[in-house]
Design a protein around this ligand. Structure first.
Ligand SMILES: Cc1ncc(C[n+]2csc(CCOP(=O)(O)OP(=O)(O)O)c2C)c(N)n1
Length: 650
């Protein structure tokens, strides 16, 4: 059975003239034992919520996963798809992509990410098991990873977090083949991985990854562990290949016809390319059918559960928000208006969460050790603790990258909506995982406070300048920068409603006046940008601003009015949503008058909204360490400068 996986990997890579045959050939025995004897899944119901999760963190070995899915009988993974490995429009992309085929839990390829996703997957399982009971949620998370995943820095954050939380249903198989692209791992690494994992609170052991009995015995032991488990599997890259086995040459290139011929001879596999004999195929199909009964038993248990619990589980799984969600948002906006307080948007966000966390039980909060700054934890929140998953607030520690990747795992698992905070400037520390949130289209919510020089004294290391531009450059990511409390509530609502796109909430440290004083429950931020204050009479200039600079634009409008200039102010909390509006709406909002853009960040990206007769007031270099009151005038981001720029355009 394992040789079928090896042969399909060799054949598909050869046909594509591109790909990685070595890893699938080396890990084929482990995969065969895991999928035929242990993993709970059902190709007829690939999204069955209580299935075990399998993550191929060493995603370059994608043919291993595609071969498995094909042989096990996942209907969409046809032989034709294997023959179109790495071709345009196939399900068999170079690296596994969530959404392209069933059975692909997460998109992997950037090494280490899958391992870190798996921590979120295992965490989600424990939380949901606590919330719904182990009759409804009781599964494991299995991971394949390679040397590369373990060398990447993100693995440190991931295994530290998993060990701390005692996520004992997480089982990692390390393809311990001592080979990477450059050659033997001894070129670059001397880590004792077993001791490393043990130091992080894991159980770790080493086995022969080509001995099927040893693999099965190790998995059985792992099931009894009270800690997450690393199984270091000694393997040979491209097992069976006559000259390339055990060498870097087999990592990422087709083996070539001669080598394949020799490998098939050694493996005793006498079939032409892509041919799997009926008896082997039948055995795989039987393994694929093994889980159907378990799945049906689970469905029966869900059907027999208390109606409320069942309905709540099903709602969560569909991704519907609670029925009264809009009412909560409307009430929040009313309360903000009646209080009319000067609040930092991070504080407004904290108040939004005070209302939403009790109302939206699928929210899983957290912060990378900036809880008091990010205002992410509500008064009654309970922390998730090692071995105790009754809470809903994660202390991710100072692990921004690990937090983001874990949140991807939580979101991809289903049943929970993760949000997590840090400073906006540290999106850089999490960016590779944010990019995967976007690529996978999972609705992770990033609560990124201290969003400009407005944070003041911490200085240029902490002041994001180019981050908004960099984040807006990322497809599928929604970047929200609300200007006051009401917009903050609106942006939270939008982030929560868009379940298939990640969101960044860029929030201020400094207090901001309430600008959205008008009554009414329309979510104006939903259009991405809107006229906050129209000119009295025909517009002579339009001031476009986001977040904390909207109030500066409003002051500039007043100054201009005093000088007889008619200016409108447009608030632009989310460029991505504005871009999706009909052209006529956008044209009406932007108007035909000259425009001034105002944002305490770099100009990059603004020109698409500004047009020919325009100016930009913002940052052109790094910030500085000083109180906020000194910084805005120092960098020329003031109402006077905006008014001056506007007048210069008339
Ligand atoms: C973050 C990241 N850096 C670099 C790469 C390119 N890359 C792909 S596989 C690989 C070597 C991985 O070695 P190992 O995990 O031992 O895989 P094996 O050679 O055993 O298949 C590298 C550097 C990548 N995919 N992701």
């Amino acid at each position: 059975m394992a040789n079928a996986l090896r042969a399909l990997a060799m054949d598909a890579v050869e046909q594509a003239r591109s790909g990685h045959p070595g890893m699938p050939m080396g890990m084929a025995d482990i995969a065969t034992v895991l999928f035929t004897q242990f993993l709970r899944f059902d190709p007829e119901a690939p999204d069955w919520p209580d299935r075990d999760r399998f993550i191929l963190s060493n995603g370059h070995g994608s043919m291993l996963l595609y071969g498995l899915l094909h042989l096990l009988g996942y209907p969409d993974m046809t032989l034709d798809e294997l023959k179109r490995f790495r071709q345009l429009g196939s399900r068999t992309a170079g690296h596994p992509e969530r959404g392209l085929a069933t059975g692909i839990e997460v998109t992997t390829g950037p090494l280490g990410q899958g391992l870190a996703n798996s921590v979120g997957m295992a965490l989600a399982e424990r939380l949901l098991a606590t919330q719904f009971g182990d009759q409804i949620v009781d599964h494991r998370t299995y991971v394949f990873c390679g040397d590369g995943c373990l060398m990447e820095g993100i693995s440190h954050e991931a295994i530290g977090l998993a060990g701390h939380l005692k996520l004992n249903k997480l089982i990692v198989f390390w393809d311990d083949n001592s080979i990477t692209i450059d050659g033997p791992t001894s070129l670059s690494v001397s880590d004792d991985q077993l001791e490393r994992f043990r130091a992080h609170g894991w159980t770790a052991e080493r086995i022969d990854g080509e001995d099927t009995d040893a693999i099965a015995a190790a998995i059985r032991r792992a099931h009894l562990s009270e800690r997450p488990v690393l199984i270091a599997c000694r393997t040979t890259i491209a097992f069976g290949a006559p000259t390339k086995a055990g060498t870097a040459a087999a990592h990422g290139s087709p083996l070539g016809p001669e080598e394949i011929k020799g490998a098939k001879e050694r493996l005793g596999w006498e079939f032409p390319a892509f041919v799997v004999p009926d008896d082997v195929r039948a055995e795989w199909r039987e393994a694929g059918a093994r889980g159907a009964g378990t799945r049906r038993a689970w469905e029966a248990r869900l059907a027999a559960a208390a109606p409320d619990r069942r309905a709540e589980f099903q709602r969560r799984w569909k991704g519907d928000l609670p029925a009264d969600f809009d009412g909560h948002i409307a009430k929040l906006c009313d309360d903000f208006r009646s209080k009319n307080a000067k609040l930092a948007t991070r504080q407004s966000s904290g108040e939004v969460l005070e209302a939403l966390v009790p109302a939206v039980p699928e929210l899983l909060g957290g912060s990378a050790d900036l809880t008091p700054s990010n205002n992410t934890r509500t008064k009654n929140d309970i922390d998730v603790r090692p071995g105790d998953f009754s809470g809903r607030y994660m202390r991710y520690g100072i692990r921004e990258h690990g937090m983001a990747a874990a949140m991807n795992g939580v979101a991809a698992h289903g049943g929970l909506i993760p949000y997590g905070g840090t400073f906006l400037t540290f999106t850089d520390y999490a960016r590779p995982a944010i990019r995967l949130s976007a690529l996978m289209e999972v609705g992770v919510i990033y609560v990124m406070t201290h969003d400009s020089i407005g944070l003041g004294e911490d200085g240029p290391t902490h002041q994001p300048i180019e981050h908004l531009a960099a984040l807006r450059a990322m497809p599928h990511l929604m970047v929200f920068r609300p200007c006051d409390s009401v917009e903050t509530a609106e942006c939270w609502a939008l982030a929560l409603k868009h379940r298939h796109a990640p969101s960044i909430l860029a929030l201020t440290r400094q207090g901001l006046p309430l600008l959205r004083t008008e009554a009414g429950s329309e979510n104006r931020s939903a259009r991405g940008a809107y006229v906050l204050a129209e000119a009295s009479g025909e517009r002579q200039v339009t001031l476009l601003a986001t977040g904390s600079e909207v109030s500066i634009a409003m002051a500039a409008k007043d100054a201009l009015a005093a000088a007889g200039v008619r200016a409108a102010v447009v608030s632009m909390p989310c460029w991505e949503l504005f871009e999706a509006q009909p052209q006529a709406y956008r044209a009406a909002v932007l108007g035909r008058a000259p425009r001034v853009g105002v944002e305490a960040a770099v100009r990059l990206g603004w020109d698409r909204w500004l047009g020919d007769r325009s100016a930009f007031i913002g940052m052109s270099g790094f910030g500085a360490s000083a109180p906020i009151d000194a910084l805005y005038p120092h960098f020329g981001i003031t109402a006077e400068k905006v008014a001056e720029a506007a007048r210069s355009l008339l």
